[in-house]
Design a protein around this ligand. Sequence first.
Ligand code: MV4
Length: 680
Amino acid sequence: MFNKILIANRGEIACRIIKTAKKMGVLTVAVYSDADKDSLHVHIADEAIYIGPSPSRESYLLGDNVIAAAIKTGAQAIHPGYGFLSENADFCRACSAKNITFIGPPVGAIEAMGSKSAAKNIMAKANVPLVPGYHGDDQSSAILKQAADDMGYPVLLKATAGGGGKGMRQVWSEQEFAEGLAAAKREAMSSFGDDTMLVEKYLTQPRHVEIQVFCDNHKNAVYLFERDCSVQRRHQKVIEEAPAFGMNEELRAEMGESAIKSAQAIGYQGAGTVEFLLDVDGSFYFMEMNTRLQVEHPVTEMISGQDLVEWQLRVAAGEILPKTQQQLVLNGHAFEARIYAEDANNDFLPATGKLSLLQTPIESEHVRIDTGVRQGDEVSVYYDPMIAKLIVWDENRDKALKRLSKALSEYRINGVTTNIDFLYNLATSKPFIEEDIDTGFIEKNHDLIFHDNAQELLNELPIAALYLLLSIKEKALQNAQQSNDPHSPWHNTNAWRLNEAHAHSLVLAHNDTEYTVEVEQLCQSKGQGSDAHYLINIDGKQFDCQGTLTSTSSQNDGMIVNINGHRSQTTISFDDENISLYRANGVFNFTHILPDYGQLDNDDSHGGLTAPMNGTMVSVLVKAGQQVSKDQPLVIMEAMKMEHTIKAPNDGTIDEVFFQAGDMVDGGSELLSFTELTKE
Ligand code: MV4
């Protein structure tokens, strides 16, 4: 076994590899660019070598700099991770030339899989099933059209030099073929400089099912079951799962054996992934083979109990595979969600910024987080904006999926826009839960995932309002219990005032639209601060609401609500004034609009400072007759689980103070009167 390896990568995969190396007692060398000099992977490695400026092409993609770092530190092997140099045949060759072990496949395997059509020809010879089609050298329109006519429409034109979905074009009828072919060739020539085409039968509802294979240098080969990666957006995987739902044992074995045949056809060694299209009738077809450890490998680790990076190090060091096929047992179900700094509501524009808050779900045997960032780190423009991979496991798909939704609802990230709401809405959508999934999932269910219909929103508003009110009650109860007069009438929060309705008014916003919520308490709660009964009116629609706060975890509040007789549960995250309701049918975000109360409430120099909303007076910092200066704190009151400091709007004199510490105050009531110092 190596005593020192260099990781030629960054971010979560670099950290992940370092963790396994440490577990195995192998020393680690990180490499870093300017932007990464204080990154987590540099921090946790035993050594780190600077390899160049921030842009990848000036650092992580410079094989010579990476190899020089390995030589400098005496690393015997280099792990490329994924992306960057991981499938670069020249880099693989350069490592061998310097007697440095490339932790991956032999260079011949990388080259063999580098061309989609060459890969398909190799697989055809190995009797690996291919999508019915034509990938011959004769590229005349007549031959290509004949092939399409023979296989039947729709067909898919694919640029041989393309990949990852680029250079594909559907042709739905014989009449469209000529124009479709001409367009596909034009695009291929401009994108890849090569307009060689292959023609395939177009599968209209395929799933992307891939098999994890592992081969050692002693002719042993196993498959570690399958992953379903059909949920993709523009050929970027979003949520992956293992095993594939609806799989039966014989299909699993058939695909696994086929994947091994693919690997053996190219003399494979190390970790590899064979991607198949799985058609609705259960037939499967080779798509491509990836000669690297995939981003989504953790779901395979969770259901097989194997550490694939450990396997990579052992196999690269010449050991035999740690397990035989018979010793590998599939246990449970796992999901991976890729958490990105991107704006799902703005065409997934990458987001940058500082992770001012990064609070994660608690990790356990059921929840794993692979990340390369910490709170306070910058998500930079130079690299893939992945924040973390959230991986969950449980004994079956339903339970694992519930863990995924719960874990997503427990993530708190401030400072950058993330795709967490998108992931939560996707994971809780009916089609996803019911396994109605193929590679077109996101397009087909767009409105469900990006739901924003007014009616649904209106139904959720009372719940958000109820949560805010119950939070005030609970907080006031806590204050009362801490005060020296817990039974003072000022501590109750039912807005009881002699001859006045027990009324509150709140303003909640959603996507810049403000909604005024009129709330009337119907009766005294049962004494427990965390439950109550309200009549809520929004835009003339009335809701009879009862609610009880329940705490679900240190990250979330929970609430049991009954709205007009419909009882349900909700998980809530609330920071400052942002409220997110995590519901069975998705997440709903609201902002609590606090009235602006820092200004005098009329336009002359004398006036009162009013309470922003119902709350409790925490402390009075001034007294009548006192001179104060602009922005000097005057009183502190508590509302909505937050303390609000009311400050002097200008230099002046306090005329009168109307409340004392511990008093309950109504929203809008005058707290003190103040005369501004007139300017000479
Ligand atoms: C296909 C196909 C349907 N029929 N081939 C997309 C990228 C590349 N990996 C191959 N791809 C596809 N090839 C035939 N004959 C549908 C896709 C496809 C797809 C495949 C896997 C995962 C996501 C996908 C998204 C769109 C299209």
